[in-house]
Every structure is written in structure tokens, then in C-alpha cells.
Ligand binder design. Structure first.
Ligand SMILES: Cc1cc2nc3c(=O)[nH]c(=O)nc-3n(C[C@H](O)[C@H](O)[C@H](O)COP(=O)(O)O)c2cc1C
Length: 400
């Protein structure tokens, strides 16, 4: 098939092509015609349709930042592959006339367990940025988590969402600043803080560096001559900071800081970026209100292990005492169903909604949520689950 397409492409490019109407007709019927990028958000049939558009609308350096993993990207791949190791076990003739995909987390209700992970610098993908994402989250009643390295202020984002969001905390090399950030988020109306713990000493994002090299645009107008720094970002603008620039890693961070956080805020406190039962047990011990099983979308430690593979040991260690959220590699509603069946309370998406944002702005994010939520509804119907609670391990078979 590839050979045939290559041959037709060759004909199309040749001056002889005009005289070969059969080739033109044949080309119109090839998968290329079927694969043409969609022109409107509502035409996207799956998240990959949005990815295809976004690859053209997002500039190369920013595309590299979005898509990169670390090192040889084994963990990035493993996140996806983990989902393929599970099959669905169908149940038939269950009354599905009333289905409810809603969940409740810390007293707030959401339309679906699929939530929007924190991703930095969203105006780099589309001018709608985090505020557009907030409007989409409002339209679909989805949980949104806002990054510390957001390109909009938390006040603007919460105003656009019209309801509490969660705040993702990067502690930086100054823990006093972290406490200030958390107090700022609480004052703005955030419901919870998720402290990211998977980047203690930095990372090696090769694809990002390679694609940045291929980008011929002048970046200093946005990034400044010194490159992106933490201090100049909107989240840091009103903290009255002076002194040395802040660095986005905290080698000295330990579990003790959870106690300090809990004392500093009334918000729920979660840790984002653990993958072992041992750490999950410590999170419970130190008073965390929830844990997020995450490897930063394959962008932190190159473990080679998908987050879905780590989920069961975390669920086992937590023993139902606090919610367990998971993210990484979720691209289909069936993926979300598998994570829920293995004990996740909610399932996060990162890159897919940024594909929607990059492709079409706010409507693209809404389409991402619609596509995935509809796929999840279909998968639930297939395994005879009317509610999220009815999704159990019985819905899964491990592929040998
Ligand atoms: C471009 C990009 C930026 C991200 N920025 C942050 C961030 O600022 N804070 C954070 O905790 N996680 C960040 N993450 C990780 C996401 O929150 C999430 O864990 C991950 O994207 C989920 O995997 P997925 O992209 O395969 O869905 C980022 C991920 C990407 C792809």
C-alpha cells in the first residue's frame, strides 16, 4: 500500500500528471485523502485527528517541548504500551438506559473522571492558553489543574473556570517561595495543591533540544535573552521576589515538607509523580490527601515503566484511604476505563488536550474532552458499567 501511495504521489508531482486522470482519481481515493487534516474541531473523530492539525499549527520548538520524552523515550513509549497489555471483558444485556460518568473529588462534582493535567506555558500552543482551557473545562465540567509555570495568572484562570481548580506546585530551589505560591493559590480560590515530586535534579529532553535547534524563529522576544526563567512568570509576579533567580528543581525536597505544606494551607494536598507502593504508603503516612501516579508523561526519570504498570501497587498500598489519580499515555476512552478498573479514582490527560488547544483553541479542548468522554461511555457500556463505581477489575483480562 505504501508503495502504491508513493507511486501515485510521484505521478501527482510529475508534469505528466495532468494527462493521467486515472492517477488523479486514484489518488483522491487513497488513504491520504482520508487522512487530510480536519478543518474544524467538531470534525475530529479521535484525539489523533487533533494531533495531526496541531503538528502544523504549533511551531517546531514548541512542538518539541510538547512531544519530548527523556533520553531514548522508552518511558514515553511504555506509557502507551502498558494499555495494550489489557483487554476488555464484555458483559451483555445489562440495562444501560441510565448511565452516569460523574465523580466526586474532595466535595466537588465533575462530569467525568477524565481531568486536565497541569502543563506549562500553554499560550505557547495557542493564544487561548490556560484561560481558553479553563473555559473548555467549565463548558464540560472537567477538573483542571493549573501549572506553576502557567502563562496566565491563577486569578484569570479561576475567573474563566468559574469554579475551583487545582494548583500544581513546583517547589523551586527556595521552599519559602513554595509556601508563598501555595498561599497565593489558596487566596485565589484553588481547592487543592498537587506538589510535583518527579523532577528533583532536572532531566534530559533530547527531542525538545533537537527541535528547538531546527526552529528558525527569534525566541528572545518571548523567552528573554537568558531563556525561560521561573521568576519572570505570571505565577511569581506578585510574590515580591528579589534575589537570585529561581531554578525549577529542588534536590533537598523530602517528605517533611508535606507537613509544612499542610500547616500552611487548608487546601487538600496531593503529591504528583510517584510510582511505587513504598512512596504511596509514605504519602499516606505524611498526611497527603491524594496521590497522582505519574511519570510526567515520560518526561522525568527514564524508568522504562508505564504508569499503568505502577498503578496496582500504589492502589494496594493506599488501601482506599485517599484517592489515587493516574496520568500518562491516555489516548482513548478504553485507556481511561482500564485505569479506572485497576483502581484509579480519576484519569489525567496531558498532550491530547494541548493538541486540541494547538489545533483550534478552546473548541479544540472541548472536542478532546467530548471525544474521550464519548469513548469512555462506549467502553463502559461494553463492560456493563453504568457508573464509574461499577467499573471493576472484572472488566479486564491481562494479555499474556
Ligand atoms: C508540554 C508538557 C508540559 C508539562 N508541564 C508540567 C508542569 O508544568 N507541571 C507538572 O506537574 N507536570 C507537567 N507535565 C506533565 C503532565 O502534567 C502529565 O503528567 C503528562 O502530560 C501526562 O501524560 P500525557 O501527556 O501522555 O497524557 C507536562 C507535560 C507536558 C507534555
Amino acid at each position: 500500500m505504501d508503495d502504491r501511495r508513493a507511486f501515485l504521489r510521484f505521478l501527482a508531482a510529475s508534469p505528466l500528471y495532468a494527462g493521467l486522470p486515472w492517477a488523479r482519481a486514484a489518488l483522491a481515493q487513497t488513504p491520504e485523502a482520508v487522512e487530510a487534516p480536519v478543518a474544524r474541531a467538531q470534525d475530529a473523530l479521535d484525539v489523533f485527528d487533533l494531533q495531526k492539525v496541531a503538528q502544523h499549527t504549533i511551531p517546531p520548538a514548541h512542538w518539541g517541548y510538547l512531544m519530548t520524552g527523556v533520553d531514548g523515550e522508552e518511558t514515553l513509549k511504555a506509557n502507551r504500551e502498558a494499555y495494550a497489555r489489557w483487554e476488555l471483558r464484555t458483559r451483555r444485556l445489562v440495562d444501560l438506559s441510565k448511565m452516569d460518568m460523574g465523580i466526586e473529588l474532595f466535595g466537588n462534582r465533575y462530569a467525568s473522571p477524565i481531568f486536565l493535567c497541569p502543563l506549562g506555558y500553554q499560550r505557547a500552543f495557542n493564544p487561548d492558553g490556560e484561560v481558553g482551557v479553563a473555559r473548555a473545562a467549565k463548558a464540560r465540567n472537567a477538573l483542571q489543574i493549573l501549572s506553576t509555570v502557567s502563562s496566565s495568572s491563577i486569578d484569570d484562570v479561576i475567573k474563566a473556570r468559574g469554579a475551583p481548580i487545582w494548583y500544581q506546585l513546583y517547589t523551586t530551589n527556595n521552599l519559602d517561595v513554595a509556601v508563598k505560591l501555595v498561599k497565593q493559590a489558596e487566596a485565589a480560590g484553588a481547592a487543592a495543591v498537587a506538589m510535583t515530586i518527579d523532577l528533583p535534579v532536572g532531566r534530559n529532553t533530547e527531542t525538545s533540544v533537537r527541535l528547538a535547534r531546527s526552529d528558525t524563529r527569534t525566541c528572545t522576544s518571548c523567552h528573554g535573552p537568558a531563556g525561560p526563567t521561573m521568576t519572570g512568570r505570571p505565577m511569581f509576579a506578585n510574590l515580591g521576589l528579589s534575589g537570585p533567580p529561581l531554578v525549577n528543581s529542588t534536590p533537598s525536597l523530602t517528605w517533611d515538607f508535606i507537613r509544612r505544606l499542610k500547616d500552611a494551607t487548608k487546601m487538600k494536598v496531593l503529591v504528583k509523580g510517584l510510582e511505587s507502593g513504598d512512596d504511596a504508603a509514605l504519602a499516606v503516612k505524611y498526611g497527603c490527601d491524594g496521590v497522582m501516579v505519574s511519570n510526567h508523561g515520560g518526561r522525568a526519570t527514564e524508568t522504562g515503566r508505564g504508569t499503568l504498570e505502577s498503578l496496582p501497587e500504589v492502589v494496594a498500598a493506599v488501601k482506599g484511604r485517599i484517592p489515587v489519580l493516574v496520568d500518562g499515555g491516555v489516548r482513548r476512552g478504553t485507556d481511561a476505563l482500564k485505569a479506572l478498573a485497576l483502581g484509579a479514582t480519576a484519569v489525567g490527560i496531558g498532550r491530547p488536550y494541548i493538541w486540541g488547544l494547538g489545533a483550534f483553541g478552546q473548541p479544540g479542548v472541548e472536542r478532546t474532552l467530548d471525544v474521550l468522554n464519548n469513548e469512555l461511555r462506549l467502553a463502559m457500556g461494553g463492560v456493563g458499567a453504568r457508573t464509574i463505581r461499577e467499573i471493576t477489575p472484572a472488566a479486564l483480562i491481562r494479555r499474556i
